[in-house]
Design a protein around this ligand. Structure first.
Ligand SMILES: Nc1nc2c(c(=O)[nH]1)N[C@H]1C(S)=C(S)[C@@H](COP(=O)(O)OP(=O)(O)OC[C@H]3O[C@@H](n4cnc5c(=O)[nH]c(N)nc54)[C@H](O)[C@@H]3O)O[C@H]1N2
Ligand SMILES: Nc1nc2c(c(=O)[nH]1)N[C@H]1C(S)=C(S)[C@@H](COP(=O)(O)OP(=O)(O)OC[C@H]3O[C@@H](n4cnc5c(=O)[nH]c(N)nc54)[C@H](O)[C@@H]3O)O[C@H]1N2
Ligand SMILES: [Mo]
Length: 830
């Protein structure tokens, strides 16, 4: 059938389901799509680190870590599977009913996985027509294309930028503020310490190792989480963790990890551990503060010289205000930490130099602002902020923070926004009274309750009436909370577009799906070592894009052409023109400071090294002179009490940090009589969120009966008749999933872990893929966000609260459905 008659014909024909997912093309058949023969080692980079790769017969054959990477992650073994796997999107595809009825389609069919193959031209034209329809009927408040996520590394092809620039050339759209990672933390800390802190470079590891007597790892698992980075990761932090391990062994540094579970870092370092009941850290911090205060161990000089509002906080601490002293006995009941342990911990913190290293997990829960604020109060009372090896950090588990930066200028990126003077086709800025920016994790709320006014960070946000969403470089059907609520919201959307490499659940619940290629199928450059900024890395194409996939640059160049704006989009430059420009701009910025060869030489070498950086202490300048170097807070001081926040008059974020009960909490908290188990959905040890779940062979290194592992406490599991390797049904009133049991002493009673990023694979009661549309459908693989709670952290940050989540579980005894997550759609033939 001629392609141009395709759409007409499709409207006239009845459909049969041709086959479930196409069979994976054997590697040998892919050989013919290989790039021109260059079978020497090529260089590329990824969130997982930099690699050298070698082809054989046009197929990626060997992958080895970059020479400078002394601590490569095990995930290197999953890299090849990112390119070759059955989840790859092969062609542009359109959901069957959307192809038939466009914006009047039956949106309840979304998720039934029936898609039709179309040409790139057809897909991009449909995409543009949908945008036309939305802009015409609703204006920019009807379109949300503002979500971001862990798009692949690379300064040129960074896919979300491409999508937003191109869609922005068509018209304006709703955007987001904040992120899922640190939503609560990055909102509260500017009030307290004057910057987000979470994304700031921290005190250098060498200074911490030389000066700290005690390191507190609070909700922090760096040994797991430093395997990946925002840019190509160098893994230098692992050298410092190795030194730390040695120092612990020699008795030179004490490391105390405060965490409900035994973490990978604890097991690696062999450090001390304090178990705390989930979500109760603020109570523990308050009791430490009470100990310090009542024993006169707090640093009164420092508090006076560098902070504001301690006097407003003390009446709450002592109970003068509410009749409850936040003492160790009070905290013991809530936290499960024995009073003598709290007392000893308080004493330890003020004897010698103490470095607090906070993880991010405890602010991804209801009232997640509070532990971050209270930790800053504690650090202020200890009085070592601004000293090497003392004070507080909120980032040493992330992207090389703490590794001294080279100080070089990093290469810039392809522009996300329109160039100066460019205007969109639909030049309309009328959001009809709704907000044009909404808190990142509240978009599902907005779809469900358009027009609703909420509080957010001292302002009012009016939810726009979102009718269309475009996703690129993020996977909301992995990262967002409460799948069944998302299904309800998606029923209300007229059109959803996804640009991705793989058939993620987000694509499954979309109408137009566009295949992007991986970084191994295009040329790019990246910063080597996020915060370390160790150099510039060439990302050299290994193979041509598989199937019909294209680079994000090419996808949106073609799209811009349909808009009549190709030149505006590309500035008339090719992929290599851009790479040269980004490189040469960086070279000019570093002129006279860092030597960079000509582009051609760099491309041949694959790398430019900037050298090591200088050790540095966070907040040292503030400590040195708080008047000349004030913090960015309203007062320039550390704000233990914030007048600004107090003036907002929020019931869930007051003028100073307080302990508040959670909506759901295990260990005797609300909801625990019905669903007694706390589910933590921590970041995966062998993935980056949902990325690499598709890497088939590698997934088998951890999957249990093809399912995502659920980590269980031995006693709890035994009580439920469950042993290692069983399939378990985990459930609450929001949803249900299957997962494979791993019984482990690392997990205490009342706590389970299912790592986020496990691919959602809903099935109907009969096990069918189509049945995945049902509200309450069973997830066949084990996506924890089938169960999580979708509420804002508080009126302040309105951030993701995924860790406020109770569940129960049982041995699964029904007929085991096949996993529906990985094989792509049911392709409809005509
Ligand atoms: N329950 C629970 N939920 C969580 C969390 C949690 O701890 N618990 N953590 C939250 C946090 S901190 C985060 S950061 C988010 C992460 O959420 P996301 O950033 O959405 O997660 P990823 O799985 O990395 O999604 C990236 C998507 O981009 C696609 N992609 C990668 N490279 C390219 C490319 O070159 N082109 C195109 N077009 N697409 C590409 C990938 O295939 C993938 O589908 O999850 C959040 N959700
Ligand atoms: N391998 C790998 N590394 C990653 C990522 C990945 O996907 N894979 N993602 C990256 C991203 S985007 C982010 S945002 C960071 C996430 O960084 P974090 O959010 O810090 O990481 P998590 O591992 O989810 O959680 C850290 C620790 O917090 C503990 N914890 C959870 N709840 C509580 C609590 O109530 N109290 C206490 N005391 N402890 C608690 C957990 O048990 C866990 O050991 O990781 C980054 N690094
Ligand atoms: Mo994150």
């Amino acid at each position: 059938m001629k392609r141009r008659n395709f759409l007409k014909a499709i409207l006239a024909t009845s459909f049969t389901i041709a086959s479930t997912a196409s069979v994976l093309t054997p590697l040998s058949a892919l050989a013919k799509v290989g790039a021109k023969n260059r079978d020497d080692w090529l260089t590329t980079g990824s969130h997982f680190g930099a690699f050298r790769m070698k082809r054989k017969n046009g197929v990626i054959d060997q992958v080895k870590p970059f020479e400078l990477d002394k601590y490569p992650t095990d995930m290197i073994n999953g890299i090849k599977g990112l390119v070759y796997n059955p989840s790859r999107i092969r062609y542009p595809m359109v959901r069957l009913d959307f192809l038939l009825k466009g914006h009047k389609s039956d949106t309840r069919q979304r998720g039934d996985f029936r898609f039709v193959r179309v040409t790139w031209d057809q897909a991009l034209t449909l995409f543009k027509q949908s945008l036309d329809e939305i802009q015409t009927n609703y204006g920019p408040s009807g379109l949300h294309a503002g979500q971001t996520g862990w798009r692949a590394t690379g300064q040129l092809h960074s896919c979300t930028s491409h999508m937003q620039r191109a869609v922005g050339m068509h018209g304006n759209f709703v955007k987001k503020i904040g992120d899922y990672s640190t939503g609560a933390g990055q909102t509260i800390l500017p009030y307290v310490l004057g910057s987000t802190e979470v994304y700031a470079q921290g005190t250098s590891w060498p200074l911490i190792l030389d000066n700290a007597n005690t390191i507190i790892l609070w909700a922090n698992d760096p040994y797991k989480n430093l395997q990946v980075g925002w840019n190509a990761e160098t893994h230098e932090s692992f050298e410092y963790l190795a030194q730390l391990k040695e120092k612990i062994k020699q008795g030179k540094i004490r490391v105390i990890s405060i965490d409900p579970v035994a973490t990978k870092t604890q097991n690696y370092l062999g450090c001390e551990k304090i178990y705390v009941n989930p979500q109760t850290d603020v109570a523990l911090m308050l009791a430490i503060a009470y100990e310090l205060y009542s024993n006169n161990l707090h640093d009164k000089e420092f508090i006076k010289a560098y902070s504001l509002g301690f006097d407003r906080f003390v009446p709450y601490l002592t109970g003068a205000e509410d009749g409850i002293a936040k003492d160790v006995l009070w905290a013991e009941k809530i936290t499960g930490v024995p009073s003598d342990v709290i007392k000893a911990l308080a004493k330890t913190m003020v004897s010698g130099r103490t470095q607090l290293l906070m993880g991010w997990c405890i602010q991804r829960q209801q009232h997640g602002e509070q532990p971050y604020w209270m930790a800053a109060v504690l650090a202020t009372m200890i009085g070592q902020i601004g000293l090497p090896g003392g004070g507080i950090s909120y980032g040493h588990h992330y992207s090389s923070i703490g590794v001294p930066s080279s100080g070089a200028a990093a290469p810039g990126a392809f522009p996300r926004n329109l160039d100066e003077g460019q205007t969109p086709l639909f030049n309309n800025e009328d959001f009809k009274g709704a907000s044009s920016t909404i808190p990142v994790a509240r978009w599902v709320d907005a779809i469900l309750e358009p027009g609703k006014v909420i509080d957010a960070n001292g302002a009012k946000v009016t939810y726009p009436d979102i009718k269309m969403m475009v996703f690129s470089g993020n996977n909301p059907w992995s990262h967002h909370q409460d799948r069944n609520r998302m299904k309800q919201a998606f029923h209300k959307l007229e059109c959803v577009v996804s640009i991705d490499i793989n058939w993620t659940a987000t694509c499954r619940f979309s109408d137009i799906v566009l295949p992007a290629c991986t970084t191994m199928e295009r040329n790019d450059i990246d910063i080597y070592g996020s915060y370390a900024n160790r150099g510039v890395l060439a990302m050299q194409k290994m193979v041509e894009p598989l199937y019909d996939s294209l680079s994000d640059y090419e996808i949106f160049t073609r799209f811009a052409k349909i808009l009549g704006k190709e030149k505006e989009y590309t500035r008339g430059m090719s992929e290599f023109d851009w790479l040269k420009k980004l490189y040469n701009d960086c070279k000019a910025d570093n002129d006279g400071k860092f030597v960079m060869p000509e582009f051609e030489q760099f491309w041949q070498d694959g790398y430019v090294h900037f050298g090591d950086g200088e050790p540095w202490t966070r907040h040292a300048d503030f400590r040195e002179d708080p008047e000349i170097n004030p913090l960015g807070t309203p007062s320039g001081m550390i704000e233990i009490h914030s007048r600004k926040i107090e003036r907002y008059q929020y019931d869930d974020c007051k003028g100073h940090p307080i302990w508040m009960e959670k909506k759901e909490r295990s260990h005797g908290g609300p909801g625990s009589d019905k669903h007694p188990i706390w589910m933590q959905s921590c970041h995966p040890n062998k993935r980056l969120h949902s990325q690499m779940c598709e890497s088939q062979e590698y997934r088998q290194t951890y999957a249990i009966q093809n399912r995502e592992p659920v980590y269980l406490n031995p006693e709890d599991a035994k009580h439920r008749g469950i042993k290692n390797g069983d399939v378990v049904r985990v459930f609450n009133d929001r949803g249900q999933l299957l997962a494979g049991a791993v019984v482990s002493n690392n997990f205490p009673k009342g706590v389970i872990r299912i790592e986020e990023g496990a691919w959602y694979g809903p099935v109907g009661n009969d096990g069918s893929v189509n049945g995945g549309t049902e509200i309450g459908a069973l997830c066949s693989y084990g996506d924890p966000n089938t169960l999580t709670l979708d509420i804002g952290s508080s009126k302040l940050a309105q951030a993701c609260s995924a860790y406020t989540c109770l569940v129960d579980y049982e041995k699964f005894t029904g007929k085991l459905p096949a996993v529906s997550s990985f094989n792509g759609p049911l392709e409809i033939g005509v």
